[in-house]
Design a protein around this ligand. Structure first.
Ligand code: UT7
Length: 329
């Protein structure tokens, strides 16, 4: 028995911030952002809207599309680095909002690879035979930890959420294989230093702007290009596939240049690669499920199609996951 995706959904907040809007806030330009990253716009939550609200939209749509009642949900896994609060988990808040009275669940912190970690974990729950309906959601409100005085980071990210419903199948479709990795020696290059147990919130941490994301972009770029390209090629090779066997490559959207390098390494044609970084920027755990949901709605995926997902992010974390598309709604 395998786990398969029976529905996809996404939630993109309405408010749009363009590169030209950012030009008015920090010393940057539309030309720099577009040429270095591929980003043109990003969407941001409105006041009072947070990660659980976006995740709840996604969860409701997944249930509606599959005519699933909330009581049928067995588990909720939420990949996020921007939970509404330290605890309780975003999964708990979503559970309550949708009335999933028989579910359990948890948040998972894998940064930009978080959705891949969550999808693989969800697949194992389903394969165990104990759980039949698992909601897997990737959601991040990056605007809540962005320093809009730091041009190195504030232009890169956006808010958004996506998710899938996982169910068992006896057929050929579903999650075929995954490779997941972590290497904490990358921690100094991309992190948010304060707000945890090492540097609890204090006047000093606020004054030193330690509650914002910090990134050594150049160092992360080098690791990301190699990490995402290698792990994408590795999973294809160990399953006996070539790039030409893929219908669609849905990579994490951190930088168009990182995606192009990984796609080139796998020998992919541009038509085989999903790109939406131009519209949403980097939504961290949101990028891959948002991409899957868009591809599905746009008719880019048919049952039986081979799909490769790949990501690289803070930790460092990285991974790839190979799946055969089902009759997903
Ligand atoms: O998803 C999580 C993982 N994160 C990533 O994968 C991100 C990986 N890194 C990147 O995508 C790229 O490194 C960035 C997009 C962050 C930066 O691009 P880059 O080509 O590596 O630029 P750089 O950091 O080498 O900076 C080049 C110049 C610098 O000026 P000097 O020192 O050459 O005078 C920066 O200060 O560009 C400057 N710069 C900017 N200029 C205008 C940095 N940010 C900006 C900006 N607008 N927003």
């Amino acid at each position: 028995m395998r786990a398969t995706i029976t529905a996809t959904a996404r939630y993109i907040p309405e408010r749009v911030m363009t590169n030209f809007d950012l030009e008015k806030i920090v010393d940057t330009s539309d030309e720099w952002i577009r040429s270095r990253t591929g980003i043109e716009t990003r969407h941001l939550v409105k006041d009072g809207e947070a990660t659980s609200a976006m995740g709840t939209h996604v969860a409701r749509e997944l249930l509606e599309k599959t005519a699933t009642s909330p009581e049928e949900v067995d588990a909720i896994i939420v990949a996020t680095v921007t939970p509404d609060m330290m605890f309780p988990s975003t999964a708990a808040l979503i559970q309550n909002a949708i009335g999933a009275s028989k579910a359990w669940g948890f948040d998972l912190s894998g940064a930009c690879s978080g959705f891949l970690y969550a999808l693989d974990t969800g697949a194992r729950l389903v394969e165990s035979g104990k759980y039949q309906k698992v909601l897997v959601i990737g959601a991040d409100t990056m605007s809540s930890i962005l320093d809009f005085t730091d041009r190195n980071t504030c232009v890169l990210f956006g808010d958004g959420a996506g998710g899938v419903l996982l169910e068992p199948t006896e057929g050929d479709s579903g999650i075929l294989d995954s490779i997941l990795r972590i290497d904490g020696s990358g921690a100094p290059y991309l992190n948010m230093p304060a707000g945890g147990s090492l540097h609890p919130a204090s006047h000093e941490t606020v004054e030193k702007r330690m509650h914002y994301i910090r990134q050594d972009g150049k160092a992360v770029f080098k690791f990301a290009v190699k990490g995402m390209a290698d792990i994408s090629a590795e999973i294809l090779e160990r399953n006996g596939f070539q790039g030409s066997d893929l219908k669609l490559y849905i990579p994490h959207q951190a930088n168009k240049r990182i995606i192009d390098a990984a796609a080139k390494r796998c020998g992919l044609h541009p038509d085989q690669v999903l790109i939406n970084i131009n519209k949403y920027g980097n939504t961290t755990a949101g990028t891959i499920p948002i991409g899957m949901s868009e591809a599905s709605d746009e008719g880019r995926l048919e049952p039986g199609d081979l799909v490769l997902l790949a990501a690289f992010g803070a930790g460092f974390t990285w991974g790839s996951l190979l799946l055969r598309w089902d009759h997903a709604k």
